[in-house]
Design a protein around this ligand. Structure first.
Ligand code: RIB
Length: 282
C-alpha cells in the first residue's frame, strides 16, 4: 500500500554525478524501486547545499513517494523540512544524529584504519593521507581511522602526513602528485592513502606519466573500489564499499517506511573491506 496522493516515483539526491561511486549506489536503489514498480528520479546536488535544497523542495511539491539523499550536511534543517512535510526520507552514505530518519552508511573510520594497517604491514613508515575538503564527513572519518591505526604502530606522528585537496576528483589527485614529487626525497612519503578512488587514479596517472613506478616509488591505496580501480594501468588497491548494497538497503528501508505503519527507523552501518592489488603489492 503506497501513500495516497503521491506519484509512483522515488528520488535520489546525490552529491556528485561525476563520481561512479554514486551511480553504483543509484543502481542499487533503482533495482529495488523497479521491483516495487516505482520509477526513480535522480538529482545531482554537486556538493551545493543551495542546489540540494532546491531539489528537495521541488521533489516535495511533486509528491514523490519518498526521497533518498546523500546530503551535503547530514544535520541540515533542510532535511527536517522534508520530514515535516510527511515525506519519508532515508540518508544514504551518511549518518544523522537527529532522530526521524533511517540511514545506511559504511564504517569510514574502520576503512581508514584498514588502509593504514595494510600500508604499515607492507613496510611503509612515512605515509600521506590525500583528501579534502575536511568539511566532507567521510574525509574526516577516514582520517580519524588512519590516525588511530598509525598511533598503534608507535611510528612518529609526523610521519603520517596530511595532504589536503580541494575536492575528491581525478584532477585534484594529479595535483597532489605534483606536490608530492616536488617534496625533497627525504620528506617524500613512500605510500599514499587517498580518501577516494578518483584521487588515487589521478595520483597514479601523474606518477606514471612522470616516469615513476607504482608501488616501487609510491604505493597507493584508494577508497570505494569503483570498477575503474581494478581496471587501472596499475590495478589499484582500494577499500571496498558495498556500493549497490548500500543503495538497495536504503531503498528497502524507504519502501518499508512508505508502506508499513509499524516502520521503525534504523541506522544500518556496513563494514568496508580492503582489496589489495598491484598498487601496493608490486
Ligand atoms: O563524498 C564522496 C565520497 O564519499 C565517495 O567517493 C565515497 O567514498 C563516498 O563514501
Amino acid at each position: 500500500q503506497l501513500r495516497a496522493g503521491t506519484s509512483r516515483t522515488l528520488a535520489y539526491v546525490l552529491l556528485d554525478a561525476t563520481n561512479p561511486f554514486f551511480t553504483d549506489v543509484a543502481a542499487g536503489i533503482e533495482e529495488r524501486a523497479e521491483a516495487a514498480d516505482l520509477s526513480l528520479f535522480m538529482c545531482n546536488s554537486s556538493n551545493s547545499a543551495a542546489r540540494e535544497k532546491g531539489y528537495l523542495d521541488h521533489l516535495a511539491e511533486q509528491r514523490v513517494q519518498g526521497i533518498l539523499v546523500t546530503p551535503v550536511d547530514p544535520e541540515s534543517p533542510t532535511l527536517d523540512e522534508v520530514i515535516q512535510r510527511g515525506i519519508p526520507l532515508v540518508v544514504v552514505d551518511r549518518t544523522r544524529s537527529r532522530p526521524g530518519v533511517c540511514s545506511v552508511s559504511v564504517d569510514d573510520e574502520l576503512g581508514g584504519r584498514l588502509a593504514v594497517e595494510h600500508l604499515v604491514d607492507r613496510g611503509h613508515q612515512r605515509v600521506a593521507y590525500v583528501g579534502g575538503p575536511a568539511t566532507i564527513g567521510q574525509v574526516r572519518d577516514r582520517w580519524v581511522g588512519a590516525v588511530g591505526a598509525w598511533r598503534e604502530t608507535g611510528l612518529p606522528e609526523a610521519d603520517l602526513v596530511q595532504m589536503a585537496t580541494a575536492a575528491l576528483t581525478v584532477e585534484e589527485g594529479r595535483r597532489a602528485g605534483e606536490r608530492m614529487l616536488g617534496l625533497p626525497t627525504r620528506r617524500r612519503p613512500t605510500a599514499a592513502f587517498c580518501a577516494n578512488d578518483l584521487l588515487a587514479l589521478g595520483l597514479l596517472q601523474h606518477l606514471i606519466t612522470s616516469g615513476r613506478r607504482v608501488p616501487e616509488d609510491l604505493a597507493i591505496v584508494g577508497y570505494d573500489d569503483i570498477d575503474f580501480a581494478a581496471a587501472a594501468a596499475v590495478p589499484l588497491s582500494s577499500v571496498r564499499q558495498p556500493r549497490q548494497l548500500l543503495g538497495a538497503r536504503a531503498a528497502e528501508l524507504l519502501l518499508d517506511e512508505t508502506a508499513n505503519p509499524a516502520h521503525q527507523h534504523e541506522r544500518v552501518v556496513f563494514t568496508p573491506e580492503l582489496v589489495a592489488r598491484t598498487s601496493t603489492l608490486g
